[in-house]
Design a protein around this ligand. Structure first.
Ligand SMILES: [Zn+2]
Length: 182
């Protein structure tokens, strides 16, 4: 009897350890790109730079989008058709905003994502520039306008984050994320 129980334990042990290994695998971020992991660990405080300061730093077309809430012409950004692995950072302060994992072809001519890389990196307001209200979103660190989020995106979230290509920079997987602008 005692011996049989020992035998049973011996048979079960490899199974138990195999289960715990696979469990640990599911909880890790092993499927995410290193860039995404680096972004998740990046903490920040809001940056208080005046529009005048940004105007001196940024190219005029980027400034117009980011700090005058402009919209670039549809199809004008090469980033619309970029599907390489990597991260998209704010073109002003360099905070990571989106991951290539969440990019999709919306057919609108603007780079489109299903969700932000980290929710905390995005701020939202309601924009009444058109007849109907729209949800404007911006970089939570510098306040730079990025685009609008619509509720006609793919499942499961059903969101389409429609971003100006001039408001972001693409950082390929394997490349270092740029230092945050201070
Ligand atoms: Zn920013």
């Amino acid at each position: 009897m005692h011996r049989r129980e020992l035998l049973k334990t011996a048979l079960l042990l490899p199974l138990i350890s195999a289960c715990s290994r696979s469990g640990a695998g599911q909880n890790s971020n092993s499927t995410q790109s290193p860039t995404k992991e680096a972004s998740a660990n990046m903490s920040f405080t809001p940056l208080n730079k005046s529009k005048k300061e940004w105007q001196e730093i940024l190219e005029p077309d980027r400034y117009q989008i980011l700090f005058k809430a402009g919209t670039e012409r549809s199809g004008s950004s090469p980033l619309d058709k970029v599907y390489d692995e990597g991260a998209y950072v704010c073109a002003a302060c360099k905070l990571p905003l989106f991951s290539s994992d969440d990019k999709f072809d919306s057919g609108t001519g603007w780079p489109s994502f299903t969700k932000p890389i980290i929710e905390e990196n995005i701020g939202k307001t309601t924009d009444y520039k058109l007849i109907y209200p729209r949800t404007e979103y911006h970089c939570a660190r510098c306040g730079g306008h990025q685009g609008h989020v619509f509720k006609d995106g793919p499942e499961p979230r059903g969101e389409r984050w429609c971003n100006n290509g001039l408001a972001i920079n693409f950082i390929a997987k394997g490349d270092d994320l740029p230092e945050l602008v201070s």
